[in-house]
Design a binder for this molecule. Sequence first.
Ligand SMILES: [Fe+2]
Length: 229
Amino acid sequence: MMLEKTGENIWIYNGPKVQFYGVPFPTRMTVILLNNKKLWIHSPEKMNPQLKLEIDQLGEVGYLVSPNKLHHLFVEEWIAAYPQAKNYATKGLIKKRSDIKFDKALSDIAENDWKGEIEQLIFKGSLVMEEAVFFYKASKTIILTDLIENFTAETLTGWQRRLAKFAGILAPNGKAPIDYRASFFMGKQQARESLAVMQSWDVENVIMSHGECVFGEGKAFLERAFSWV
Ligand SMILES: [Fe+2]
C-alpha cells in the first residue's frame, strides 16, 4: 500500500524525495474522506498508477488543495485525471500560476465543501508566502505544508544534518526553515494572530509536507515549533 492510514478517514502518501540545495527533501500528500464520500487531497503528489488505484478505491476525488505557492508541481496531473474535482489554491499561487485553472482561492473561512469537518486559516505575516493551514476535527489533526519542516536525522548525511540543524528543521525540533521565518520580520503580530487560531484547535496530531509527522501531544509540539512567533 502506498497510502498510509493515520486515523479514521485520513491517509498520507510519502512521495518521492526531491533535491533542494543538494538535500533530499521528503514530500507528502494528505488525503481525507469527507462525509459526502468525496476525497480531499492536500498538496497532490506526482501521480503513478498504483497511487491512482488506491485513491480510486477510497472514493471520488472531490477537491484538490494547493496550500501555498511552492506546492503546485503535480496539481496539473490531478486536474487532468480528475477534471470534475474542484481545484483550490492560495491567492499567491493563483497569481503565480495563471496558466492553471483554479476554481477558488482559499480564505480564512472553511469552504462550504468541507465546513464542519475541516477548519482552515491563512497563516499571515510573511512578506514572501502565505500558507493555508487545515485542521481535520475528527482525528484532531492539523495539516501543515512548510510552516513546520521536521527532517529525520537518520535520513541525512553529516553535513546535511548540520545544515538542517542550522535551518531549524531537524526533528524533533522542526519548525519553519530559517529563511521563511526571517520573512515574517514585519508581520509578527499577524503571525501571532494566525497562531492564536491554531492554538484554539484541539490539536493532537501534526502532519506536515516535509519530515516526521507527530502523532500525540501535537499541541506541545506546535508550541515549541512556533515559539519564534
Ligand atoms: Fe514545501
